[in-house]
Every structure is written in structure tokens, then in C-alpha cells.
Design a protein around this ligand. Structure first.
Ligand code: MG
Length: 186
């Protein structure tokens, strides 16, 4: 996407990661899933993945996806959260929306992936959506699990996110309606 504002528009919005149609993603050729942790899989205060989280990732692997957790949070948080998952790599301090963390994830993957084979799931426009659009990955925005647990950097991102949402609504009303209206209404 060339347009600056369009970088903030996801391919899809879902109420939660459990609502994503992973079968459809598989059918469109996606094989690597880059999943954000904080407020995508668990709120910031939950140190370990839930049973539901683990079941989901297991199911995804059975389907034929490779899963990598990618987070801007620190090593302790990310490694602790990632540990209960089997054969799941993680990237901490990913610096999303910069490309370096995504590139690191691609290097950690078990094989080479074309960008068309990669999809990312996250809860923020300023980091997850922008970063993955820059990389040319398919991306799915989800509703943050518990916004009030956002850390300060995320709270600041949310401030800018609001401004972007307002601009997108004005410039791309149809896309806004389709993919962002529900995200904003919370
Ligand atoms: Mg997040």
C-alpha cells in the first residue's frame, strides 16, 4: 500500500483471535502466523497463556501453520509467556512497526516464507497493522482483550490511533465501515 494512511488499515477486523477464519487463511496460502501477545492472546497482567491459548496454537499447528509470537515487550515477559507452547519461537523487543522484528521472526522460522505466505494478528494500528502492512503481510486486527491494562507506551499509541481512525473515516469511509468501525466502537 503506497498511501500513508492506508498503512493503518487492516485486511480484516475480528472481535477476537478465536473469531479468525484460519481455514480461509490457509486456503489463501498463509503458512506462517505472527501473533502478538499483549491484549491479543492475553491481557498485560496475565503472565502465562490460558488453556484456550494453548489449544488454539496446537490446532493451528495441526492445520499446518507455523506460529511465532512477536511482541514489543521485554525478554522476561515474552519468554515466560512463550514457554508453555510447544515448538513456538518468539521475538521480544520487536520494535513494531519497524521491520527489524518481523525480519527476525522470518529468520527464526523453520523455513523460508514468501511474504504472501505470512499473516499477522495484533490489536494495535500503530504497531501491528502498520508494521505488517509495511512488510506486505496479510494482517488481522483484533479487539484488545482488556484495554485498561495497556502499558504507557500503548496508551500513547492509542492516542495516535484515534487520530488515524478519524482520518481514515474521513478519507476512506467504506474501508472504515468495513474494517475499523467495530474496532473503534468499544
Ligand atoms: Mg498488543
Amino acid at each position: 500500500m503506497k498511501n500513508r494512511l492506508k498503512k493503518y488499515i487492516p485486511n480484516e477486523f475480528k472481535e477476537s483471535i478465536y473469531e479468525i477464519d484460519f481455514l480461509a487463511l490457509y486456503e489463501r496460502g498463509i503458512r506462517l502466523l505472527l501473533i502478538d501477545i499483549d491484549n491479543t492472546l492475553a491481557n498485560y497482567k496475565v503472565a502465562l497463556p490460558s488453556e484456550e491459548n494453548i489449544e488454539l496454537v496446537e490446532k493451528l499447528k495441526e492445520m499446518g501453520f507455523e506460529v511465532i509470537l512477536i511482541s514489543n515487550n521485554n525478554f522476561k515477559r515474552v519468554s515466560t509467556f512463550a514457554k508453555p507452547f510447544q515448538d513456538v519461537e518468539f521475538v521480544h523487543y520487536a520494535l513494531k512497526p519497524l521491520k527489524c522484528g518481523y525480519r527476525k521472526a522470518l529468520r527464526k522460522a523453520s523455513r523460508n516464507y514468501q511474504k504472501e505466505e505470512v499473516a499477522a494478528v495484533g490489536d494495535q494500528l500503530m504497531t501491528d497493522v502498520k508494521g505488517t502492512n509495511k512488510m506486505g503481510f496479510y494482517n488481522i486486527l483484533v479487539r484488545p482483550i482488556e484495554k485498561k491494562t495497556d502499558v504507557i507506551t500503548t496508551k500513547i499509541n492509542r492516542f495516535f490511533e484515534k487520530k488515524k481512525l478519524r482520518k481514515i473515516k474521513k478519507k476512506y469511509p467504506k474501508l472504515y465501515e468495513e474494517r475499523l468501525k467495530d474496532y473503534e466502537s468499544m
